[in-house]
Ligand binder design. Structure first.
Ligand code: NAD
Length: 294
């Protein structure tokens, strides 16, 4: 069993850390918000006062933060955490950030002799709780192999996308498609309901027809159709509108960088941007339905 420092215990990091603790690993946890730590300390983890304190003596360091600026701030600028991590440690950076940021932090880690992989996840909060996440890894194959026993306690499918930053590129492509599919599903359901259909009946039909997708199977945006989906809990929890907007922004940056064309991704980015500007940034992203609902 490993001594693990886990930093960032939000909607995703909290349940991921809990699965590692339940698997018998020794966890030291840190989050800027003290309330986020409680579930972990109740389960036997030790709370650190600072991120530097958390990584002292850690064999594995895991971070799950909102965006690039938080990750760079943690490892490089503000907290300068890499200077406090033992070179024999393995760092698993699981946040969704820009490929450039992932490469920058990985290069700085490498310069200090620290092995680091970018390992963003897919599968939502349900996957984090159930330990069935998909990990999309960028970095050295040997570092990934060393990380496997830890990743397997949090996820079911583990892919090696390529060198440092490649995990983020693949994750960004996936989330751009997810943003488009959630907006499209919301539009289709709203059209059906506006024409007199029951949203549950229409959802059941689509879930078994050619329009089916992750939203119709597991994360229906219409309230009441799926008991456990954020839509049935007033869009609380889940994956925030502003996090989806961040990912669509990363897709736009990547498209610009590679001179790729992403008209549907750009349209989705504008829709989530409008929805966020109307005060919905902290709701689950499936609340995009409200833009279409009559
Ligand atoms: P969240 O906002 O719920 O959690 C982030 C946590 O990080 C918060 O508790 C915050 O206090 C903490 N934090 C921020 N800066 C910190 C710092 N410097 N030190 C310590 N703690 C710090 O976000 P989330 O939904 O858990 O998402 C985390 C990441 O996972 C994001 O990059 C997101 O895009 C990605 N992601 C989320 C989902 C989802 O369904 N929520 C799914 C896949 C991927």
């Amino acid at each position: 069993m490993s001594r693990i420092a886990f930093i960032g215990l939000g909607h995703m990091g909290g349940p991921m850390a809990l699965n590692l603790s339940r698997a018998g690993h020794e966890l030291v946890v840190f989050d800027l918000v003290p309330a986020a730590i409680k579930t972990l300390t109740d389960a036997g983890a030790r709370a650190a006062q600072t991120a530097q304190d958390a990584v002292k003596g850690a064999e594995v360091v895991i971070s799950m933060l909102p965006a690039s600026q938080h990750v760079e701030g943690l490892y490089l600028s503000e907290t300068d955490l890499l200077a406090h991590i033992d070179p024999s440690s393995l760092v698993l950076e699981c946040s969704t950030i820009s490929p450039e940021s992932a490469r920058k932090v990985a290069q700085a880690a490498q310069a200090r002799g620290i092995r680091m992989i970018d390992a963003p996840v897919s599968g939502g909060t349900g996957g984090a709780v159930a330990g069935t996440l998909t990990f999309i890894v960028g970095g050295d194959a040997a570092a990934l192999e060393a990380a496997m026993p830890i990743l397997e306690k949090m996820g079911k499918n583990i892919f090696h996308a390529g060198a440092a930053g490649a995990g983020q590129v693949a994750k960004i492509c996936n989330n751009m498609l997810l943003g488009i599919l959630m907006a499209g599903t919301s539009e289709a359901l709203s059209l059906g309901v506006a024409n007199g259909l029951d949203p549950k009946v229409l959802s059941d039909i689509i879930a078994k027809s050619s329009g089916r997708n992750w939203a119709t199977e597991l994360y229906n945006p219409w309230p009441g159709v799926m008991e456990n989906a954020p839509a049935s809990k007033a869009y609380a929890g889940g994956f925030g509108v502003d996090l989806m907007l961040k990912d669509l922004g990363l897709a736009a940056e990547s498209a610009l960088h590679a001179r790729a064309t992403i008209p549907l991704g750009e349209l989705a980015r504008n829709l989530y941007s409008l929805h966020s500007a109307q005060g919905n940034g902290r709701l689950d992203f499936s609340s995009i339905l409200n833009l279409f609902k009559k």
